[in-house]
Design a binder for this molecule. Structure first.
Ligand code: T3D
Length: 260
């Protein structure tokens, strides 16, 4: 049978495609295990400078596969699925040192929406929809969604969305600040590729330091954050890319960043 995820390497770009199109890429334990393995490989891949996470077929990801035997039966089983399959993937995505693009090609529902929101930059095709489907089946948002949603929307709108489970168009999601941008379907593939190519030549180390700063900023005081910025900025200034950025600016030419 076909692999449940596809991993492609192209220069410094890594692309992971959820690949159960006949089920809108719904997540099974085996798919989540494969995704976790791929993310572990990526974390150890020194050549990689950007990850694109996307789905095959007409959907991005319909969340937990509700037919996956041994994953959803009752509270005991679901706790195990969440702790052993979902949470590791979310931690891995979050702690990657490179920028993560979610390329939302179609519907993102349930934990599929959680996955899309855990990326650093979420780009969606205009025909894609975001569906916090959990309440429809009597569950709560998980895979980090109760964390990311309230940071992106504010706690009031996040909880209302969780309770009501309204489907959002890609444009609505962009207007609410849930995602970076909704783009016309005809441009989607090209725009995703252009963004990935751009990030593959970006100052990758500085991006890793930005991620660290913003993640800590969510729970720091201003004093703590100013101290952290001083530390991380000094690390950024010690990179070869900063020397290159500086000399390119002064020399009125385009910089060539190496990622370190
Ligand atoms: O351990 C744990 O379980 C805890 C973790 C929970 C995390 C969660 O994600 S809970 C939320 C799970 N997801 C959902 O509740 C969404 C279920 N799907 C839908 O509501 C709809 O499929 C969509 C709104 C996403 C899309 O609707 P539509 O009309 O575009 O497509 P469709 O016809 O419903 O789906 C196409 C096929 O995929 C269909 O199969 P068929 O009829 O062609 O044989 C459908 O049953 C299947 N499919 C879609 N989503 C899932 C699924 N099969 C299993 N699980 C799914 N989540």
């Amino acid at each position: 049978s076909e692999a449940e995820i596809l991993v492609a390497k192209e220069g410094a770009i890594r692309r992971i495609t959820l690949n159960r199109p006949q089920r809108l890429n719904a997540l099974t334990r085996s798919l989540l295990g494969a995704l976790s393995d791929a993310l572990a490989d990526l974390a150890a891949d020194d050549e990689a400078r950007v990850l694109v996470l996307t789905g095959s077929g007409r959907g991005f990801c319909a969340g937990q596969d509700l037919g996956d035997k041994g994953a959803v039966e009752d509270g005991r089983v679901v706790r195990d699925t969440v702790e052993r399959y979902y949470n590791p993937v979310i931690r891995q995505l979050r702690s990657l040192d490179l920028p993560v693009i979610a390329a939302v090609n179609g519907i993102a529902a349930g934990a599929g929406m959680s996955l899309a929101l855990s990326a650093d930059i979420t780009l969606a095709a205009e025909s894609a929809t975001f569906d916090l489907a959990f309440a429809r089946i009597g569950l709560i948002p998980d895979a980090g969604a109760t964390y990311t949603l309230q940071r992106l929307l504010g706690p009031g709108r996040a909880l209302a969305l969780a309770i009501l489970g309204e489907k959002l168009s890609a444009r609505q999601a962009a207007d609410l600040g849930l995602i970076w941008r909704a783009v016309p379907d005809a441009d989607f593939g090209k725009d995703v590729d252009a963004l990935a190519a751009r990030l593959a030549t970006a100052p990758t180390k500085a991006i890793a330091l930005m991620k660290k700063a913003f993640h800590a900023g969510g729970h720091h005081s201003l004093e703590q954050q100013l101290a952290l910025e001083a530390e991380l900025q000094s690390q950024a200034a010690d990179t070869e890319d900063f020397q290159e950025g500086l000399s390119a600016f002064l020399g009125k030419r385009a910089p060539t960043f190496k990622g370190f």
